[in-house]
Design a protein around this ligand. Structure first.
Ligand code: PBG
Length: 323
């Protein structure tokens, strides 16, 4: 036998040499949940090891992540029902705790990359990403609110804004709003191919942001569709997106690969809450090795073509690298 592929697997040293994909802490963005108040650290019931933090404790947590080499954070606010309304007004109130917190975090850690989320759901009494009228999600009217939210987040110091709403035309509209207000340096990481997925369940628990009725299928993509992602990606790149994101990640590795092969902007993948919880839950039961399952999922996302990975595992991964 001339060819024996097993020779290149015979020792850990050789396996290390021929490894095609390597993860680094630099690949990651760590999503975090912010709540109002002081000295609050509340575990998300459906996401063991993931907490909702008040600003003071979030600052400590970010500091400990920076010490581990994680430099990018995506911060999501959880608002009480009393602050929500039909038009997500609180989202662009300059005094709101989320915007104040972004400002404070950027002041404290100017070197960190702070990403914010643009969508109405955490602030909407309907729990939808857009304005609801007679059971329909209005597209163009929603853009105006997203625009105000975006400018307010840029004013607070966001480095990257992440439109996760899936309204048509939003990337171009938000780019224009940013530029017109002097924020030409603020980047847009577009949720390009965001699917109507069951894997967002634990995230909606974390933010109490589940839709009050219906689902998100008239704006988020159908899990059955691959090539439709090319339409979204064409539009997002034309409209000025700096990154294209695929979400969720694991059930959509083919979509990550398709976008990677067709576009020259960096591709991000969001390893979502349900993907995290599945591994945690089975590891807690002793049904699989949580650490290995984590590493295998993360490497598969990178192997598929993601340059950037948003993952609740980011800190755990970084801790493991330090060992
Ligand atoms: C909201 C938003 C969602 C997530 C990120 N931004 C939920 C949704 O669309 O319902 C999900 C993230 C996760 O599950 O980890 N626009």
């Amino acid at each position: 036998m001339y060819r024996r592929p097993r020779r290149n697997r015979k020792s850990s040293a050789i396996r290390g040499m021929v490894e095609e994909t390597r993860l680094s802490v630099k690949d990651f963005i760590f999503p975090m949940f912010l709540i109002e108040g002081q000295n609050q650290k509340v575990e998300v019931a459906s996401m063991p090891g993931i907490f909702r933090y008040s600003l003071d404790l979030m600052i400590k947590e970010i500091e400990s992540c920076l010490n581990l080499g994680i430099v990018a954070f995506d911060i999501f606010p959880a608002y009480p029902e009393s602050k929500k309304d039909k038009y997500a007004t609180e989202s662009h109130n300059p005094e709101t705790f989320y915007l104040k917190a972004i400002q404070k975090i950027k002041e404290t850690f100017p070197e960190a990359c702070i990403m914010t989320d643009v969508a109405m759901d955490p602030y909407s009494s309907d729990g939808h990403d857009g304005i609801v009228e007679n059971g329909k999600i209005l597209n163009d009217e929603t853009l105006e609110i997203l625009g105000k939210m975006t400018v307010a987040q840029a004013q607070a110091g966001a480095d990257i804004i992440g439109p996760s709403d899936m309204m048509d035309g939003r990337v171009g509209y938000l780019r224009e709003q940013l530029d017109d207000n002097g924020f030409t340096d603020v980047s847009i990481m577009s949720y390009t191919a965001k699917y109507a997925s069951a894997f967002y369940g634990p995230f909606r628990d974390a933010l109490d942001s589940a839709p009050k009725w219906g689902d998100k299928k008239t704006y988020q993509m159908d899990p059955a569709n691959l090539h439709e992602a090319l339409i979204e990606a064409d539009l997002d790149t034309e409209e000025g997106a700096d990154f294209l994101m695929v979400k969720p990640a694991l059930a959509y590795l083919d979509v990550i690969r398709l976008l990677k092969e067709n576009y020259n902007v960096p591709i991000a993948a969001y390893n979502v809450s349900g993907e995290y919880s599945m591994i945690k839950a089975s590891a807690e039961r002793g049904w699989l090795d949580g650490e290995r399952a984590m590493l295998e999922s993360l490497i598969s996302i990178k192997r598929a073509g993601a340059n950037v990975i948003l993952s609740y595992f980011a800190k755990e991964f970084a801790e493991l690298q330090k060992k």
